[in-house]
Write a protein that binds this ligand. Sequence first.
Ligand code: PMV
Length: 313
Amino acid sequence: MWKASAPSNIALIKYMGKESAVGNVAVNPSLSMTLSAFLTNVEIEPISGGEDRWEPLPSSAPLRAESTKRFVNFFTRIKQEREIAGSFLIRSGNNFPSDAGLASSASSFAALTMAAFQAFASVSGKPSPSLSEQAMVSRTGSGSSCRSFFSPWCAWEAREIGPVPSRLPDLTDLVAVIDSGFKKISSSEAHKRVQASALFEGRPERASTRQREIKTAMASGDLKRTAEIAWAELWDMHSLFHTASPPFFYFSPLSLAVLRWAERSWEETGTGPITTVDAGPNVHLLVPTAEKDRWRRELLAAVPGISLLESRA
Ligand code: PMV
């Protein structure tokens, strides 16, 4: 049996819009922090005959039929491309709540790719490809999963995926988990719809500029500048959603209350969290780990009624 686990990640520069859906070719570079507390575990073992199959790990929730199909098809494709014979049972599960609205496709596809390459190496006797090459393969299953291969910071720039040097302090992501009740638009659907937004023109250039700027800010340990760039990027991506065709949005009143709290904190005290929101209502607040308990208390006092999960990089 082969086992692997991989973390989720949260992007500060967002992958949004595909040049090609085949292989998930992004229109722009992206950059994220890994979330080591939100892990997917995968186990693979050979089975006799039939097709590759999936099962949840004990005490894990079953996947939706559509997600199971996407997961197994990805495995079967990369197995066939490497001419690996035989059939396999894949088991997987997350160590974080599946109903918390935290994207699990990044950690799932990264862990599956890592376990698959262990299996292929042992069946074929050939060595596993490098981590960057594995990340490139994982990208073809779920774009954002390629950034789960390098920790704590990872950049995905065209065909390059690798670690990002940072002198920022050790950060913890406080995730304000908000139950929206709004109809969820999948990220695959979002990637398609944003291309029809009038704001999509110039988007790859804006994201590329921010990618360069945020790397500079991170390299010099400039938390304030990093937060300003992440803030601009959050509104850029969500503005694409609001002006897409058809338009859609993820924010709930509680998301906005948390965002206003973060904004006020910067305005009134000159310090605050690095704030971002993915394709969902939850707000991610990256704060220095050494100060996380204070931030947690202040947020819960300002916005009662939210629940918080947390993960270090
Ligand atoms: O990997 P996908 O296709 O689920 O896309 C993820 C896109 C965002 O989460 C919205 C942004 C990102 O870069 O992670």
